[in-house]
Write a protein that binds this ligand. Sequence first.
Ligand SMILES: Cc1cc2nc3c(=O)[nH]c(=O)nc-3n(C[C@H](O)[C@H](O)[C@H](O)COP(=O)(O)OP(=O)(O)OC[C@H]3O[C@@H](n4cnc5c(N)ncnc54)[C@H](O)[C@@H]3O)c2cc1C
Length: 421
Amino acid sequence: MRAGEEDLEFVSQDKQISEADVVVIGAGAFGVSAAFHLAQSGLRRVVLADRFAPGTQSSPRAAGLFKNVQGDETRTRLARLSIGKMLNLEAETGQPSLAVRSGSLMLARTPEHAAFAKREAALAQQWGIEVERVDAATVRRLMPLIEPAGLLAAYHIPGDIYIEEPVTLLQAYMKAGERLGLIILPHTTIIGIEINRGAVRAVLTSQGRIETPVVVDAAGAWARAVGEQARARVPVVPVRHQLYITEPIAGIEAHYPIVRFIDTAVYLRPARKGLLLGGFESDPLPLDPRTRPEGFSMDDVPLDVAVLDQHTASVARHVPVVQGAAINEHRGGLFTMTSDGRFLVGPTPELRGFWVLTGCNGSGFSFAPALGQMLAEWVMNGAPSIDLASLAPARFAIVPLDEDQLRAACVWQYGHYYDLA
Ligand SMILES: Cc1cc2nc3c(=O)[nH]c(=O)nc-3n(C[C@H](O)[C@H](O)[C@H](O)COP(=O)(O)OP(=O)(O)OC[C@H]3O[C@@H](n4cnc5c(N)ncnc54)[C@H](O)[C@@H]3O)c2cc1C
């Protein structure tokens, strides 16, 4: 069974619905979290629609990593909130806990990256994150598979976590949402947004019309296409990302830390008794579903093992077990990149009642718990409890980039994931 193909029988199928308080488009990490939090905050008629089986596109293909050390204070607060929510998942949703409290190691192998890591660590500490510089012996004790000779700096972040099978978090939010009355509509494509006097009036779906004053565009790689239905600009560029999971390797323990090599932007973690490895190539592949045949899905994203071979080679000196390890699964999906590398969340300036939750920039899975809560607070109370003005769509309304500029900026952001200037 591959990621995303798990049994989704719990989904509330076959419901005929013609009115809703809010319709969330897309049951990926962002959509399921937004829908759960909207239902949790007291809205009675929350609808979550997906063109495919819910939870089967980019999100279940994620590595499942949650990272405390972030480039700015807003992201740090959101990351900490997300991790806290994962540690508290059972109490909040009634669903079994999923977080593996592995901690992580951030490793630098060049003087520039050592200086960068030092700065990141200092800033993270200033924002309340526990980060400790550790020596080679400690690296070895925490992660016996690492050969530390040649590392210039290593930092331990004990609070980082991962989720072994990302699809389980999507299922947890959907099941918990259903208990609160959330209606999930699988295989229901939003094909139009009805507008009345500058405000959302209804969504038109492949199964019929649903009247609603609020729509959340959480359509992932299709978010831009959905935005066009509402005549709202959603300037994201989907870009491919891949990883692999090896066959079991003797001696790997689930509690071993996540490892990040910042110079080559490669990450590893324990997975299914083997190792999961993924990374960010400097010349990535943008891929817009709008230019693909109708019916395009993440199964159609072309995978390229050569990219992962390069990542493997780039870390093999320090993690020798990855060289030649047998591969059990190779998977990939699409990030939604923005030109400034930040999320895109909040109300759109073009259309009242039309909200977006996208622009994952490679971290949508881990930020979805926090951003779903923020979006629900924003819809319900008029403002989120963490100031998200810097992430709101209005920032792109001032001087829109043309198509070539947008693509170039988004591709650049992808290539600089760990070392944003
Ligand atoms: C290999 C890989 C590894 C990753 N690792 C991590 C990680 O470790 N940590 C992390 O934080 N992030 C990670 N990510 C990024 C993360 O997966 C994404 O940020 C996240 O999945 C984005 O979720 P989403 O809800 O936007 O997209 P999706 O999960 O793709 O959901 C969007 C949904 O919208 C639906 N949809 C689209 N159009 C319509 C329509 N018109 N009508 C109805 N439904 C529609 C789609 O069918 C889809 O189900 C990784 C991604 C990949 C590919």
